[in-house]
Design a protein around this ligand. Structure first.
Ligand code: PXL
Length: 286
């Protein structure tokens, strides 16, 4: 039997709050991808609302793990990074890219949400994230992160198709072949995830119903479902559709239970839907 595809997932492991490796591993596994965690830090919870987090930095472990994989001949079809704690960790992601030149490079430039930067991020770390995004094949910023990467203010009003297409093209012009921006309020009143495939000069949008609550880890989940689809050979609009539908389903499921938003989405109740691949596919060319 042919081996399953393998991804090196360079992320932290937060014990409570359903984000980063806690959701990335089950989600990609369900899609049939082998996830090899490269753990950047251990945290008692994520950094959004549980107070003083206990953290064990694992930065020194990363180059040793990389060296071991290289000497043992371990290969990866994809390198996928997310939340990073320091500029040094960005450099180590670049080392992974260099060591595996044929792997698909996916960077989720986690830096903020809802127009605000996360409190652990500094201007210097954002500048480093910029360099990492430029070295990627695929980036998945939300609208806040896309604005930080472009050095513009977070848009105060809804965006026209031409405005968002301009942002996608400018981000892709710096290196990535594919740019997906999530959580975009469009001028026609729809909320969309939008994507651009530079090599095919194709723009896509997938709309979803917005729920008035923000859950940590949803960006990690979106990027994981997208990564899984693209690794398995799906087209960009199909991978975006599945990721958007799954997130809408997970957020609506969780909202219905009225649970504490800090706990993230109820992934355990939603993974069966992803296994059975009953995601509704719907996308529009822009
Ligand atoms: O979901 C992104 C993320 C990952 N890891 C940690 C976080 C966050 C977002 O707040 O705090 C530790």
């Amino acid at each position: 039997m042919k081996e399953l595809k393998r991804v090196a997932a360079i992320h932290d492991l937060s014990g409570v709050g359903r984000c980063s490796l806690s959701v990335i591993m089950p989600t990609l596994s369900v899609l049939g991808i082998q996830v090899c965690p490269v753990t950047t830090a251990l945290l008692s919870t994520h950094t959004r609302g549980f107070g003083d987090v206990v953290m064990k930095d694992m930065t020194d472990y990363i180059p040793l793990a990389l060296e071991h994989y290289r000497s043992a001949g371990v290969g990866f079809e994809c390198i996928y990074s997310g939340f990073l704690a320091s500029e040094r960790q960005v450099e180590l992601c670049l080392d992974f890219f260099e060591s595996y030149p044929d792997a698909m490079r996916i960077v989720d430039p986690v830096m903020g949400d809802n127009g605000r930067m996360y409190k652990t991020y500094t201007k210097e770390l954002c500048d480093s994230m910029q360099r990492l995004a430029q070295a990627a094949d695929i980036i998945t910023p939300n609208l806040t992160e896309a604005s930080i990467l472009l050095g513009i203010d977070y848009p105060v009003s809804q965006l026209t198709q031409n405005e968002i297409k301009g942002m996608l093209v400018r981000l892709a012009g710096r290196g990535p072949k594919i740019v997906v921006i999530t959580s975009v309020p469009m001028a026609d009143g729809k909320n969309c995830n939008v994507g651009y495939d530079r090599e095919h000069n194709a723009f896509w949008r997938v709309s979803y119903e917005k729920i008035p609550r923000s859950y940590p880890g949803t960006g990690d989940l979106f990027a994981s479902v997208l990564t899984g689809g693209l690794m398995l050979g799906d087209s960009l609009p199909i991978a975006m559709s599945r990721a958007t539908y799954f997130l809408e389903y997970a957020i609506k499921t969780t909202f219905g239970y009225g649970s504490d938003a800090r706990e993230g989405v109820m992934l355990e109740k939603c993974l069966p839907m992803l296994i059975s691949n009953q995601c509704y596919m719907d996308y529009t060319a822009m």
